[in-house]
Design a protein around this ligand. Structure first.
Ligand SMILES: [Zn+2]
Length: 152
């Protein structure tokens, strides 16, 4: 993903992209977003959804996004919820936290499914191409990719 878009994401969701010491994570220090810019909207929507889930839950515990990447053609969005355990005092806390985590994972898997029909290059509707490298592209981006491949 290009730097400008990546930065926009980390700045829009400082709680999700914070480091463990509370600072906003710098893309130079982490892996950044290891996927194409076409998935920007998808990731942006997912982050907004997660923020809403956290804000509407009783616990208000923020997961940490640790890695965002493309794997086998689809989006992978990894979070940490390890800080949550310290905040859970009662059984009700644990139930509330479990319910929140489940909702978050539902959102993540929805976004991951969506990525399989979203061009990783430009964000238009696309499909999964099983070439030497499995990827999701729209017709136009795939044609460009094929052409480059021939020229190689
Ligand atoms: Zn495309």
């Amino acid at each position: 993903m290009n730097k400008e878009k990546a930065q926009k994401l980390t700045e829009s969701y400082p709680m999700l992209f914070r480091k463990h010491n509370g600072e906003v994570c710098s893309l130079d220090e982490t892996f950044g977003f290891e996927c194409g810019s076409g998935w920007y909207d998808l990731i942006n929507e997912l982050c907004a959804e997660i923020s809403e889930i956290v804000q509407s839950s009783e616990m208000q515990l923020w997961p940490n996004v640790v890695q965002v990447k493309e794997k086998f053609g689809g989006l992978r969005f990894y979070i940490h919820t390890s800080d949550f355990t310290n905040a859970m005092v009662t059984e009700a806390d644990k139930l509330a936290s479990d319910a929140m985590i489940e909702k978050i994972y539902q959102s993540i898997s929805k976004a991951e499914s969506k990525s399989l029909v979203t061009c990783e290059e430009c964000g238009l509707p696309g499909k999964l191409y099983q070439a030497s490298w499995v990827h999701v592209k729209c017709k136009t981006c795939e044609a460009i990719y094929q052409q480059k491949d021939i020229l190689k």
